[in-house]
Design a protein around this ligand. Sequence first.
Ligand code: NAD
Length: 266
Amino acid sequence: MKIGVAGGSGRMGRMLIAAVLDTPAASLAAVSDRPDSAAVGLDVGALVGQSEPLGLLVGGDAVAFTAAADCVIDFTTPAATAAQAQRCAEQGKSLVVGTTGLEAEHHDALAAAARSVPVVVAANFSLGVALLAALVEKTAALLGPEFDIEVLEMHHRHKQDAPSGTALALGAAAARGRGVDLRDAAVRTRDGWTGPRPDGAIGFATLRGGDVVGDHTVMFAGLGERIELTHKASSREIFSRGAVKAALWTKGRAPGLYGINDVLGL
Ligand code: NAD
């Protein structure tokens, strides 16, 4: 399968390029970045620290980039991902989205593209987090409302969105377990004289610092005891390998919106 990596000079972009190059069933067809990025025109080999040039340059033309690939992997920004979804739909290319911080308008763009091509969207492409989400849903269902749910996350100092997409996905898993809508239960910030914790709230706390790849803990705090389910990512490779696996999985797949559980068969 010919894979295109959008946002190739980013932290995840470089990992994704390396993962595609490492995958025998995949070939790296194209790499893009913002048209005004300093990376445009660079050899992709240099971008990922290879001593030999690959003979493939980072492109700034998003239409030509999309045309070169069977499937695009996009870990960029919400606006860039929404635009990429439209191009993938127009050109009949499948899409794997890892971008987080997506708002309703971006989700709408992905859903629109999914009417004509397969689109896999996951806030976290690691197997461990997929398992954690399943455990959180089950635990929330088993424990009942006398246990307060808090989702705690920490990421590196460059992260743009908060709470992380993974924290929100874990909150959604807890809400499903409880049979409530996360939009009604979520308390995403606390500051000042907040008063007591609302019954049934699912709280979020965000830490930022250093080079932390991604830590998530879901706490179930009862009276006299507390259960904590934790996942810690120490390498971005877990996300890039999962995303390449998802790209290969889209081959021959019917148009539709899919998640990591579909890819993993969970
Ligand atoms: P980053 O800022 O290092 O990289 C983003 C890249 O996108 C940059 O190279 C930027 O130039 C590029 N970009 C921006 N607009 C573009 C456009 N219009 N066309 C092409 N490229 C464009 O960020 P990062 O740390 O690599 O994270 C990227 C996204 O992936 C974030 O939303 C992050 O939360 C998410 N992420 C998801 C997972 C997952 O498993 N789903 C894991 C890690 C990070």
